[in-house]
Design a protein around this ligand. Structure first.
Ligand code: ZN
Ligand code: ZN
Length: 269
């Protein structure tokens, strides 16, 4: 394993979820592997994510907090919103569908994160030292894990504070746009719904190849304004992937067309 792989994984993390990470390899140690941490925390002050080989054909991906991460945990306890926990949980739940996820210590699902919190996921049947496999493990497992924690930390908020006032029952356009642009929501949305446009079925990878990364956008289905009691936000059902054309089209009306209306429009034309 070498430094190039770690750097290419850092680039991938930034592309997928907008988080800037630093990395190191453990190559001087017996058990080789890579560690990643947020650029704005140093290694011992925040969460540490790692990928290391285990047994013959496994990668172990884990998250733990550094020895001096107490202020980071305090920050999460004081600032993580219910919506951040919701999204973090949804990302972990999505991992649990495909892998054996071990959570030790406290539990995100109980909205508690503490210094002894550990998350560990094993990916089996890999070629341990093959860079393509390591990258794939990062993409499938470590990136959603980082996304969950980035959400709890309020990652963007650290660089550009957004003041959001949510009037009960009314979902502001800026909140909707914020959710649509949140790269962690995007990751979750694409992993749940797949990488096809929900209304026209466009498969960007089939047209442009997979080199570019996905051009799909996230659309937040607006709750009906006449609904008596607005339902709680659920990223699993409220977000859908749309191609840029359909996304523009769906917002041509205010409030936006519903996905069903869009499909009807497409069928008519
Ligand atoms: Zn489309
Ligand atoms: Zn939209």
């Amino acid at each position: 394993m070498d430094d190039k792989i770690a750097r290419s994984i850092s680039v991938l993390i930034y592309q997928k979820i907008g988080a800037r990470m630093r990395s190191s390899n453990y190559s001087s140690e017996v058990r080789q592997g890579f560690a990643f941490w947020f650029e704005n925390y140093n290694r011992s002050n925040g969460p540490i994510f790692s990928i290391r080989p285990s047994g013959l054909k496994r990668h172990i991906v884990s998250l733990k907090f550094g020895a001096y991460a107490a202020p980071c945990i305090e920050h999460i306890r004081a600032h993580a919103t219910p919506e951040a926990y919701l999204l973090a949980n949804a990302l972990v739940a999505q991992l649990e569908q495909n892998y054996d996820v071990k959570i030790n210590g406290s539990d995100i699902t109980n909205c508690v994160v503490s210094l002894d919190f550990r998350l560990q996921v094993i990916r089996s049947y890999v070629n341990q030292h093959d860079s393509t496999h390591i990258r794939k493990t990062a993409e499938l497992i470590m990136i959603p894990m980082i996304a969950a924690i980035a959400e709890l930390i309020g990652y963007e908020d650290l660089t550009m504070p957004v003041n959001e006032t949510i009037i009960e029952g009314v979902l502001s356009q800026s909140l909707i746009r914020k959710r649509e642009r949140n790269p962690r929501n995007r990751l979750l949305c694409l992993s749940i719904h797949g990488e096809l446009c929900d209304t026209c079925g466009l498969d960007p990878k089939a047209i442009y190849g997979s080199e570019l990364g996905s051009i799909l956008e996230v659309h937040h289905i607006e709750p009906l304004s006449e609904a008596k009691s607005p339902k709680a936000y659920d990223p699993k059902t409220d977000l859908i992937p749309l191609c840029p054309n359909c996304h523009r089209a769906i917002h041509k009306r205010k409030p936006a067309f519903t996905p069903i209306e869009m499909k009807e429009l497409l069928e008519k034309s």
